[in-house]
Every structure is written in structure tokens, then in C-alpha cells.
Design a protein around this ligand. Structure first.
Ligand SMILES: NC(=O)c1ccc[n+]([C@@H]2O[C@H](COP(=O)([O-])OP(=O)(O)OC[C@H]3O[C@@H](n4cnc5c(N)ncnc54)[C@H](OP(=O)(O)O)[C@@H]3O)[C@@H](O)[C@H]2O)c1
Length: 249
């Protein structure tokens, strides 16, 4: 149960973030549903039964992140759970470039959202978690960050940095009752990922793992909710791979 917990899920207007926010609210948490568009956040929050509050949040805007966290504390008094889910949209042009052809600007663009966005939110939430006697941070990464890949170098590099942030927080703040986890995802059938592929690509992606299928965003959401609960009270810093059995740690 996540009753009486206040949770922030970045990028929860749709896809995996939306399902995580919905699952948290279903388990009793007060959830802050975030999008760069207030209208988008409001629309998604309305679709969630339970305590879901819309907020505008662009994780690339440092001052905006600080303001967001201050307002959140004013309204809800605390932040118990932070899920860094916001991710730079899939860009096939960036994805298919050879490593030596990727422009530094491409690395920066992806990194501003996936890596530095995660960093900014952690920075702004940690002081309040310390003050409140604890918290849980869940960072969304990707299997290439664990095993490497031949495409999508900017994503892999940014998502590998996310794993480092998780480990650092776990070790540095364990004594403050703050736990941190990384979810390294395989092919999860969010609308964004699914619609970026041809039918053949989708079929091939499904065949990559031992279960021979795509994962559903709800399957990520249930793991996130368990991690955020007291069930995982003596585990921290872990990378949990959710990919139907491809990358085995
Ligand atoms: N789906 C997969 O197969 C897969 C695999 C591995 C990892 N992941 C990771 O899982 C996460 C969610 O993926 P998804 O497939 O659900 O993607 P999605 O449907 O494209 O959702 C991305 C979310 O991020 C938000 N976002 C984008 N830029 C943002 C910014 N600058 N500031 C704040 N929010 C921003 C979007 O919100 P607005 O547009 O409303 O602002 C949206 O809610 C991402 O981190 C992704 O890298 C996904």
C-alpha cells in the first residue's frame, strides 16, 4: 500500500509514466501527474481514479524544477516517492547514426531530459526527503545502458548515467532512509515506442526476449509500485531489468 505517500512521476501524461501514476493512485498514494503542458497533465490526471493532481513540469528547466518542488511542498507538505520517467522522444535520425557520426548537440539534447532532468529532480527532492525522514527514488533507464547496443548512443550514454545516479544516491543517503532503484526497460509497448516502428520491426522486437512478446506499461507500473512500498525496505541501489528475459544480470 502507498497510502499517505506523496508521489511525483515525471512525464506522466502518457505511456509508462501515466501507468505508474495510475498504479500509485490505485494503491492509495497522492500522485502529482506531470507534463510540459498543463492541459496535458490535467487531461491525464482526470483519467486517474484517486488522488491525482496535475502539474506543469519541464525537466530541462532548472529554475522551473526548483519552483515546481517548492510549490509541491507548499501544497502537499512532503515528497515521499520520485519517479524520474520523462524521456526525450524517440528520434529515428539520432537513433540510427553511427557512434562517430552523432553530433555533440544530439548527446546534449537527449542528456538534458534523460540524464540532467533526473539529476535536477533528485537535487530538488532530496533535501525534503532528508527533512521528512526518508523517501524512494525510482529512475527509468533502458537495457542498452546495462549491456551496450549498436544504435542510439545518446540514449545509452544518458541512461547509463541514470544508473550511476541511482547507485550514488543509494550509497550516500541509505542512512537517511532514502532508497533508490533503476528500472532498465526492454521493449515496452507505449504508444510512442510502438508507433515509431513498422509492423516487421515490432515483430522482430518481440522475438528478442525469451518470452517472445512486448512488455506492457502496466507491467512496469506494478514493479515500480512494489519498489516504492515497504516490501523493498532492505534493498537499495538495485537495477531491475524488465525486458521479458534478454539481459540477465
Ligand atoms: N517504451 C519503451 O520501450 C522504453 C524502453 C526503454 C526505456 N524507456 C524509457 O521509459 C520512459 C517512458 O517512455 P515512454 O515509452 O512511455 O515514452 P513517451 O510515451 O514518449 O512518454 C514520455 C514522457 O516524457 C515526457 N517528457 C518528454 N520531454 C520532457 C521534458 N523535457 N520535461 C518533462 N517531461 C518530458 C512526456 O510528457 P509531455 O510530452 O506531456 O511533456 C511524456 O509524458 C522514458 O524515459 C524512456 O526512455 C522506454
Amino acid at each position: 500500500m502507498l497510502k499517505d505517500k506523496v508521489a511525483v512521476v515525471t512525464g506522466s501524461s502518457r505511456g509508462i509514466g501515466f501507468e505508474i501514476a495510475k498504479e500509485f493512485a490505485g494503491r492509495g498514494a497522492t500522485v502529482v501527474v506531470c507534463s510540459r503542458s498543463m492541459a496535458g497533465a490535467e487531461k491525464s490526471a482526470r483519467m486517474i481514479k484517486g488522488k491525482a493532481y496535475p502539474e506543469r513540469l519541464d525537466v530541462t528547466d532548472r529554475a522551473g524544477v526548483t519552483k515546481f518542488m517548492r510549490q509541491l511542498i507548499d501544497r502537499h507538505r512532503r515528497v515521499d516517492i520520485l519517479v524520474n520517467n520523462a524521456g526525450y522522444r524517440f528520434d529515428r535520425k539520432i537513433w540510427t547514426k553511427r557512434f562517430h557520426e552523432v553530433a555533440e548537440e544530439d548527446f546534449d539534447r537527449v542528456s538534458q531530459v534523460d540524464l540532467k532532468g533526473t539529476l535536477r529532480l533528485c537535487h530538488s527532492a532530496l533535501p525534503f526527503m532528508i527533512k521528512n525522514g526518508g523517501g524512494v527514488i525510482i529512475n527509468i533507464s533502458s537495457t542498452p545502458a546495462v549491456s551496450g547496443h549498436t544504435e542510439g548512443a545518446p540514449y545509452t550514454v544518458a541512461k547509463a548515467g541514470v544508473i550511476a545516479i541511482t547507485k550514488h544516491i543509494a550509497l550516500e543517503y541509505g542512512d537517511k532512509n532514502i532508497r533508490a532503484y533503476t528500472l532498465a526497460l526492454g521493449n515496452i509497448s507505449s504508444e510512442a515506442t510502438f508507433s515509431s516502428m513498422t509492423v516487421t520491426e515490432r515483430k522482430n522486437a518481440a522475438m528478442e526476449n525469451s518470452m517472445k512478446r512486448w512488455g506492457d506499461p502496466t507491467e512496469v507500473a506494478r514493479v515500480a509500485a512494489s519498489l516504492a512500498s515497504d516490501d523493498f525496505s532492505f534493498a537499495t541501489g538495485n537495477t531491475i531489468v524488465i525486458d521479458g528475459g534478454t539481459v540477465l544480470l
